[in-house]
Design a binder for this molecule. Structure first.
Ligand code: NAP
Ligand code: MG
Length: 485
């Protein structure tokens, strides 16, 4: 077995951007219309693969956030919560259909604003976002029969704050269950990726959604904080870093506001010596290099049984040499751009801490573009559990490899983290999968696969990965009064 990959060279296969129509500037979406606050500051959003400015958006301040919450309150009390579930379901269904109809345009827009490969935005983000709306459209008229209490009632106005790694998909995870359960929404997209959320606002107009049911306020963390703390909000749903999650939890302490937190992770992907190694390699690649590793549930700690580590690493390095890094809009690209200069800086700093603490770095040989933010797929070996790269979330295409000898040791190392979002187990033995799964402290455990998602399957964390579930019946409970969440 050699380390050299073989195969034919690829010709470029660029996706056209002609289908996307980006305005040079956007207002804030309040009460069914885009408003342009006269004195709100504006900031630019760029394409991280080229550093080209795509558009300018508003930094919503306290008056705009208050206006959005007031619009959502009116829409909730006067229209949305009074509507039958069957009627609400039709709107949610319509949004699902519109997402499908405009899928290609939205996928290109997402890749431009975020830097993720078009292959992923087209085949993962968009289909899953539509699936979330379809799934929840089906729940809207069945809430009385879902075991969620007798006559379950909406909470009211949901403040929803999302990160930049799956902008439209995270919006779908938040908005679809809220609307299906009769809540109205004020959503703040991340500062670096506001464009698909603003396109979704247009979809709400196209769907004739009653004004105020969905409001989108753009801005940075300050806007997020204003929204989470705004008078009139009944529930805060946050996805992002553990640090900001804790801050929000502190600021909500003592209020009657409900809170769900989907935070960071440092998942173990555990490979036993009887695992089918080539399949495991695919799972490892999917686990940590998918979406440049900007994935909360990424399999960023690889735990390999000692007897097979050399064999596995040869296969893994050979596979990484076939990954194509570069233009996100090329249909052949596997790994796109890092989302921002700030995130690249963080990845570089953590990788350097790996070097300094004595781990061995190997990066796939690849030519990175001159402009934009890039980091090559990287593996660290000789990692110990005390190293920062084994403990802290890197949120980039960087894998830390550790070894174990026995299943007990694998469990102990996997659980040696304050996080607990996901884990992966690779073995031929079904009994070992069940034994491991019952001991791993993680919200999701995948067996002989990784990064599988379905709107019917609840997702969420333990410990510092947060609380509350999104998706499935459990995800509905987080938006209903009489249900336990
Ligand atoms: P972040 O800095 O916590 O930002 C998340 C969102 O919160 C952004 O919209 C951000 O605005 C906003 N925000 C920042 N400071 C705030 C404050 N004080 N109050 C209210 N909102 C505030 O996280 P990130 O670095 O963008 O995203 C990466 C993190 O998200 C990772 O830790 C990852 O694991 C986690 N994540 C978790 C899940 C999950 O389901 N568990 C899914 C995806 C990502 P700005 O963008 O303007 O800063
Ligand atoms: Mg941020």
């Amino acid at each position: 077995m050699t380390d050299e990959p073989s195969g034919f060279p690829y010709a470029p296969a660029p996706e056209s951007t002609a289908i996307v129509n980006i305005s040079s500037s956007y207002g804030i979406f309040i009460d069914g219309a885009f408003v342009e606050p006269a004195d709100a500051p504006r900031f630019k959003t760029i394409n991280p693969a080229t550093e080209e400015v795509l558009s300018e958006v508003c930094q919503a301040g306290a008056p705009e956030v208050a206006a959005a919450v007031a619009a959502a309150r009116r829409a909730h009390d006067e229209v949305w919560s009074a509507m039958s579930g069957a009627e609400r379901g039709k709107y949610v269904y319509r949004l699902a259909r519109l997402l499908q109809e405009r899928a290609r345009e939205l996928a290109v827009l997402e890749s431009m604003d975020n830097g993720k490969p078009i292959r992923e935005s087209r085949d993962v983000d968009l289909p899953l976002a539509a699936a979330h709306f379809f799934y929840h459209a089906g729940w809207a008229d069945k809430l009385d029969h879902a075991g969620l209490g007798r006559d379950p009632r909406s909470l009211g106005v949901a403040a929803q704050i999302i990160p930049w790694n799956f902008p439209l998909l995270m919006l779908a995870w938040k908005v679809a269950p809220a609307l299906a359960t009769g809540n109205t929404v004020v959503l703040k997209p991340a500062e670096t990726t506001p464009l698909t959320a603003l396109a979704f606002a247009e979809l709400c107009q196209q769907a004739d959604l009653p004004p105020g049911v969905v409001n989108i306020v753009t801005g940075d963390g300050r806007t997020g904080q204003l929204l989470a703390e705004c008078e009139g909000v009944d529930k805060v749903a946050f996805t992002g870093s553990t640090e900001v999650g804790k801050q929000i939890q502190r600021s909500l302490a003592g209020t009657r506001r409900r809170l769900t937190l989907e935070l960071g992770g440092k998942a173990a992907n555990i490979i036993f010596d009887d695992a089918p190694l080539d399949e495991a390699v695919e799972g490892i690649v999917n686990g940590i290099y998918f979406n440049q590793g900007h994935v909360c549930c990424a399999g960023s700690r690889l735990l390999v049984q000692e007897s097979i580590v050399e064999d596995l690493l040869v296969r893994l390095r050979r596979r990484l040499q076939t990954l194509r890094v570069g233009d996100p809009l090329d249909k052949n690209t596997d790994v796109g751009a890092i989302n921002s200069a700030a995130q690249l800086e963080r990845i570089v700093a953590l990788a350097e801490s790996g070097d300094a603490e004595g781990a061995q770095r190997w990066s796939a040989p690849c030519t990175l573009p001159d402009r934009g933010f890039w980091f090559p797929p990287t593996i660290f070996t000789s990692v110990s559990t005390a190293h920062r790269i084994a403990r802290e979330e890197i949120f980039g295409p960087v894998l830390s490899v550790l070894t174990f000898r026995t299943p007990d040791e694998a469990v102990e190392k996997a659980n040696n983290t304050p996080y607990g979002l996901s884990a992966g187990i690779w073995t031929e033995k079904g009994s070992r999968i069940l034994w491991m799964a019952s001991r791993l402290r993680a919200g999701v455990v995948w067996a002989n696969t990784f990064n599988q998602f379905d709107p019917a399957s609840p997702f969420g964390g333990y410990g510092e990965s947060g609380f509350g579930r999104e998706g499935g019946r459990a995800g509905l409970a987080a938006y209903l009064q009489e249900a336990s969440s």
